[in-house]
Design a protein around this ligand. Structure first.
Ligand SMILES: [Zn+2]
Length: 130
């Protein structure tokens, strides 16, 4: 039984813009950012982005330094890009799932329509921009 699916997921507009800009910059390589914010009974609010320790701009998500991720309760999950445009988590993404949310960004990196948000089971999560 999980209650996470019933929580509203909110992204601040500046987070969406930062995410799109960062992933556009790293294209055609994969960009990876940590999403930080707050969780309460009703909602998960993504408030800021953080460049992970030892940022790796690679073509393969698996090269991320997972053991370097700080143990910080404000980290909600990982956002990364799929330069191939498939806005869906890969098997490797799900195995390496961290936190509560995963965001996947694809070209042309223009709006929230280019961002997919998923829960820890890989199900698409609805989100709103505030
Ligand atoms: Zn991926």
């Amino acid at each position: 039984m999980s209650t996470s699916n019933t929580k509203k997921v909110l992204f601040q507009n500046d987070v969406i813009e930062g995410l799109l800009a960062y992933c556009k910059d790293t294209h055609p390589l994969e960009g990876i950012l940590l999403m930080r914010g707050e969780v309460n009974k009703r909602e998960i609010r993504v408030k800021s982005l953080m460049i992970p320790p030892i940022p790796t701009h690679s073509e393969h998500f698996s090269s991320f330094q997972w053991h370097m991720v700080p143990l910080d309760a404000s980290i909600l999950g990982i956002a990364h890009s799929h330069p191939n445009g498939v806005i869906w988590p890969s098997e490797v993404d799900l195995i390496n799932f961290l936190g509560r949310l995963m965001a996947i960004v694809g070209p042309p990196y223009l709006s929230e329509a280019d961002i997919g948000v998923f829960d820890s089971e890989g199900n698409p999560a609805r989100f709103s921009v505030v």
